[in-house]
Design a protein around this ligand. Structure first.
Ligand code: PBG
Length: 325
């Protein structure tokens, strides 16, 4: 006698069977841990709105990378808090800038670690916009030249992947040609191809001290109402030479991750951003959810939607959990 209606349940009887038919798996090497690097020595400051995440000085990067490696996480993305800011964001491409020094330190401390660098001006401009201003407006073409210079300075310092997050038009092509001219043909570009103008970035802007001093980022970041536009943005970046396409934020945009995964054959990354992290942490602190379980379910759902790579402040926690279960 056959009971077809029992077929799904038959395969859920025990852990072995469940594991045998599991469609999506997550492993620590697929995670990238974001690190905020600050000036000074011996500094390790917890970010209030992101419990468990710290701003650290360059000399602490050895410890940070050790923790990542022990959790099986082999990639980090660096964000810098420079000593000084100016209207053109010149600290972003300074030879001895905070990120340039951080890359060298990390390369020494953890030669096996892949270093991704965020390429953007918002942490380096005194007005907090992701580009330079001309007549009070963010000027696309001036900005992309400075971004290319920034990416080049990261590559020279030893970055393994550069990740432009500014959303200016034509920046991937400009960065690619500048890297190639200087013989950095082998440095891939992970493009923040689809970046929404999102309120989930709130805690990050505290952490990196980069909230815009006037206006907002809606003239260069995407409207959360649009999904076909995401395909246009991604197509442009592919044509310009991107090697990895990123969607950001992640959980409120799982449909976008899924569409990009179906439409393009490049690796897809998703950024589980600061606000998404903070919400889980806050609810867990109140005892309203099981933080660890919700973390695991959330990151798995981002994989299931189609992300090959996840950037997340949970990387170390998730890595440890995966190694221990
Ligand atoms: C811009 C940048 C931002 C984030 C990553 N890169 C902030 C923004 O666009 O305002 C946000 C990441 C997060 O919220 O975790 N350089």
């Amino acid at each position: 006698m056959v009971f077809p209606e029992y077929r799904p349940r038959r395969m859920r009887q025990n852990n072995n069977l469940r594991s045998l038919i599991r469609e999506t798996r997550l492993s620590p090497e697929q995670l990238i841990y974001p690190i905020f690097v600050m000036p000074g020595k011996g500094k390790r400051e917890e970010i209030i709105s992101m419990p468990g995440v710290y701003r650290v000085s360059v000399d602490q990067l050895g410890n940070e990378s050790k923790e990542c490696m022990e959790a099986g996480v082999r990639s980090v993305i660096l964000f810098g808090l420079p000593e000084t800011k100016d209207p053109m964001g010149s600290g972003a491409h300074a030879k001895d800038g905070i990120i340039q020094r951080a890359i060298k330190e990390l390369k020494n401390a953890a030669p096996d670690m892949s270093i991704v660098t965020d390429v953007c001006l918002c942490e380096y401009t005194d007005h907090g916009h992701c580009g330079c201003l001309v007549n009070g407006q963010v000027d696309n073409d001036t900005t992309i030249e400075i971004l290319a210079r920034t990416a080049l300075s990261h590559a020279k310092a030893g970055a393994d992947i550069v990740a432009p997050s500014d959303m200016m038009d034509g920046r991937v092509a400009e960065i690619r040609s500048t890297l190639d001219e200087h013989d950095f043909h082998m440095v891939p570009i992970m493009s923040y191809a689809v970046k929404y103008a999102s309120y989930f970035y709130g805690p990050f802007r505290d952490a990196a001290d980069c909230a815009p001093q006037f206006g907002d980022r809606r003239s260069y970041q995407m409207d959360p109402a649009n999904s076909r536009e995401a395909l246009r943005e991604a197509t442009l970046d592919v044509e310009e030479g991107a090697d990895i396409l990123m969607v950001k934020p992640a959980v409120a945009y799982l449909d976008i991750i899924s569409r990009l995964h179906d439409e393009f054959d490049l690796p897809i990354a998703a950024y589980h951003v600061s606000g998404e992290y903070a919400m889980i942490k806050a609810a867990a602190e109140k005892g309203w959810i099981d933080g660890e379980k919700v973390m695991a379910e959330t990151l798995l759902s981002i994989r299931r939607a189609g992300a090959d790579i996840i950037l997340t402040y949970f990387a170390k926690d998730m890595g440890r959990l995966l190694l221990n279960t």
